[in-house]
Design a protein around this ligand. Structure first.
Ligand code: HSE
Length: 344
């Protein structure tokens, strides 16, 4: 099957994925038998363009880099909004990479739902829809015999959901615990070196780790969204974001960090969920002062890590990038390869 891709949103992550698609076109064909073309792009700020025979992605990327609107593309249909792009184009794979709103899930939730209902496959790094309705969306995909891939919503391209689906399958997972927000981990690392909170946040924004509104990172909303998704996928917990206690890092001072260091400890923003000692389910997000012997204490900069506590293997920790243009774009490539394996 040829994948006819429609991008909904064409910001940092969308462009990162488009670059990877372009650079790896031959490799994808040779190694995985994947044939694709990008037929449509619709972005709230950049406009839209649709050509059923395929767009020249190199040209589109150049145009966007020069600050041009997609409507300036030399041919094709212009002016289709997100829903029209989903419904009215010949795309069979929607890449949903608009901005995240953890609280309402919108507008991405409507985009993903509509695409699945239309019988189109979806791959997406947007946390909003799975925070609100991951199980419903997985069911909707199954009912419509299409694929919904969201590997990148936790730990970007570092494997999490594929790890669970394939490599950790057969284990009972008791708990999951980790550093799932790159921005806050970056800030805490810089603060330990003496940089002020404000400077460290600015730097994290410059490096492209932070959300469009960085409150989402520093107040723990991003981590909250991720632990809700993990809880609902792993433990079928039926959690809503309102159910999870949340605290960010804004109350941590340079003095707190220094005194932790003197004790041989380190502050980290930890998201965790699972069964506590009484066998009751819990989920939470908040700063924790970890001893340096804890593997999560050694994870610095924007790197993320997740520890799975399993019955057969004990603790399994995966460490890797959790944010970034190419790193998140790459998660969409994993989803595309998986889609092709399952539905191609
Ligand atoms: N703002 C997020 C972070 C991006 O800093 O981890 C990835 O979800």
């Amino acid at each position: 099957m040829e994948w006819k891709i429609g991008f909904i949103g064409f910001g940092t992550v969308g462009q990162g994925f488009a670059e990877i698609l372009l650079e790896k076109k031959e490799m994808l064909k040779e190694m995985f038998g994947i044939n694709y073309k990008v037929v449509a792009i619709s972005d709230m700020l950049k406009g839209s363009v649709y050509n059923p025979d395929g767009l020249d992605i190199k040209k589109v990327l150049e145009m966007v880099k020069e600050g041009k609107k997609l409507d300036e593309y030399p041919d094709g249909v212009k002016g289709l909004d997100a829903l029209a792009t989903i419904r009215e184009t010949n795309s069979n794979l929607i890449v949903e990479v608009t901005y995240t709103d953890v609280k309402t899930g919108e507008p991405a939730l409507t985009h993903v739902r509509t695409a699945l209902q239309e019988g189109k496959n979806v791959i997406s790094t947007n946390k909003g829809p799975p925070v609100k309705a991951v199980k419903d969306l997985m069911k909707l995909a199954e009912e419509n015999n299409v694929f919904y891939g969201f590997e990148g919503v936790v730990l970007a391209g570092t494997p999490v959901f594929n790890l669970l689906e394939y490599c950790l399958a057969g284990n009972t997972i008791r708990e999951v615990k980790g550093i799932v927000n790159g921005t806050t981990n970056y800030i805490l690392t810089r603060m330990e070196e003496g940089m002020s909170y404000d400077d460290a946040l600015r730097k994290a924004q410059e490096l492209g780790y932070a959300e469009a509104d960085p409150t989402g990172d520093v107040e723990g909303w991003d981590a909250l969204g991720k632990i809700v998704i993990l809880s609902n996928v792993i433990f079928d917990a039926n959690l809503r974001w309102e159910d999870v206690p949340r605290e960010g890092i804004t109350n941590i001072t340079l003095e707190d960090i220094k005194s932790a260091k003197d004790e041989g400890k380190r502050w980290k923003l930890i998201a965790s969920a699972g069964l506590n000692e009484d066998g009751k389910f819990y989920a939470k997000v908040g700063p924790e002062k970890l001893p340096l012997s804890d593997p999560l204490a050694g994870v610095s900069d924007a790197t993320n890590a997740l520890t799975f506590i399993t019955d057969e293997l004990g603790s399994v920790t995966i460490v890797g990038p959790g944010a970034g243009r190419r790193e998140t774009g790459f998660s969409l490539l994993i989803d595309l390869i998986n889609l092709n394996r399952k539905m191609g």
